[in-house]
Design a protein around this ligand. Structure first.
Ligand code: ZN
Ligand code: ZN
Length: 93
């Protein structure tokens, strides 16, 4: 699961998706900005990773703060399990 970052500028309201947290608004140069990590749920919903457990607003799947789905592994098919636990780079902020 690829973790993305949502950047929001409190001054001009500029909102973009970025790979990592940004500390300066590319539009107005303000430093009064807000970053929130999120993942795209398999249903297409956007799940913000602000807590230890986070729910998809669309399908109510549960994810941990690393974007890993918190469902009983027994219920997954092998491909889904690989997608969540397969090799991936540690997230560097
Ligand atoms: Zn701005
Ligand atoms: Zn979902």
């Amino acid at each position: 699961m690829e973790i993305k970052n949502e950047f929001y500028c409190r001054d001009c309201g500029h909102t973009i998706e970025t790979e990592h947290a940004e500390h300066e608004c590319p539009r107005c140069g303000s430093h009064d900005v807000f970053n929130c990590r999120f993942i795209k749920c398999s249903c297409g919903g956007r799940v913000y990773l602000a807590h230890n457990t986070n729910f998809c607003p669309e399908c109510e799947k549960m994810y941990n703060m690393f974007g890993q789905e918190l469902a009983p592994v027994d219920e997954w098919d092998p491909e889904d399990a690989y997608a969540c636990f397969g090799p991936q780079n540690a997230y560097e902020y």
